[in-house]
Design a protein around this ligand. Structure first.
Ligand SMILES: CC(C)(COP(=O)(O)OP(=O)(O)OC[C@H]1O[C@@H](n2cnc3c(N)ncnc32)[C@H](O)[C@@H]1OP(=O)(O)O)[C@@H](O)C(=O)NCCC(=O)NCCS
Length: 193
């Protein structure tokens, strides 16, 4: 907790609402953001006008939000143009993993439990429980079987402490009888409900 606080200059904490339970690495720039508990933000990420849920993992070099310069007008320069757009909120749900170097355009929404691949360009909303990547990012597959994801979402584990959430996830895992092999061998693509 203290490590997280120590990494950021005081003015960053003033301009943003960051949970004291979040972990924010050095070199992160944030402006007008809200960051939920137990979320990790890797080095040199840049976040503008973003609302980030709980238990998210944001890799180094990710960029979320940021100005849309007025290419439709005579100048793209903020110094000359009043038409640059910097007012849309970018929303990232709970337990989302965003791979290194991904760019999320201002105003998109990423659903709970989604995964964004490294170096993706996300210019459209990303549905919950999906794996998306590419330029532009497209849905590659569902992350978990819908029935399991709905069970997880209904439990609202992301609102709990790590200890409670871990216990709950283990209980749900036992209930759903997911085998260890199925979880780790990349067989998600073949999930059937
Ligand atoms: C998105 C991701 C989770 C998918 O992992 P996976 O399910 O194991 O996917 P695979 O490696 O089996 O790849 C499946 C296909 O998608 C492609 N692919 C995977 N990730 C991609 C990405 N980020 N961009 C473009 N294509 C990608 C693969 O090349 C492969 O294509 P092919 O079938 O034509 O060979 C992973 O590729 C990724 O980007 N992880 C982020 C890693 C990272 O940034 N770590 C930083 C620390 S948090």
């Amino acid at each position: 907790m203290l490590r997280s606080l120590a990494c950021l200059p005081a003015n960053v904490w003033k301009r943003n609402r960051v949970s004291i339970l979040a972990r924010v690495c050095s070199g992160v720039c944030m402006n007008r953001c809200k960051v939920g508990q137990y979320t990790y933000i890797g080095r040199n990420a840049i976040l503008n006008g973003a609302v980030i849920g709980n238990y998210c993992s944001i890799a180094p070099g990710v960029q979320i939000g940021g100005m849309e310069h007025s290419y439709w007008w005579y100048s793209t320069s903020r110094r000359l143009s009043d038409q640059c757009v910097d007012d849309k909120t970018t929303t990232v749900g709970h337990d989302v993993w965003i791979g290194a170097g991904a760019v999320l355009r201002q105003g998109v929404t990423v659903g709970d439990g989604a995964i964004i691949g490294a170096l993706s360009f996300v210019n459209k909303d990303v549905p919950e429980n999906t794996v998306c990547f590419g330029i532009p990012a497209k849905v590659h597959c569902r992350r978990l079987p819908e029935s399991i994801f709905h069970r997880l979402a209904a439990s609202q584990y992301w609102g709990l402490s790590t200890r409670q959430a871990r216990r709950l996830l283990r209980e749900i895992e036992a209930e759903c009888r997911i085998s260890g092999a199925a979880k780790h061998d990349g067989a998600q693509r073949g999930w059937e409900d």
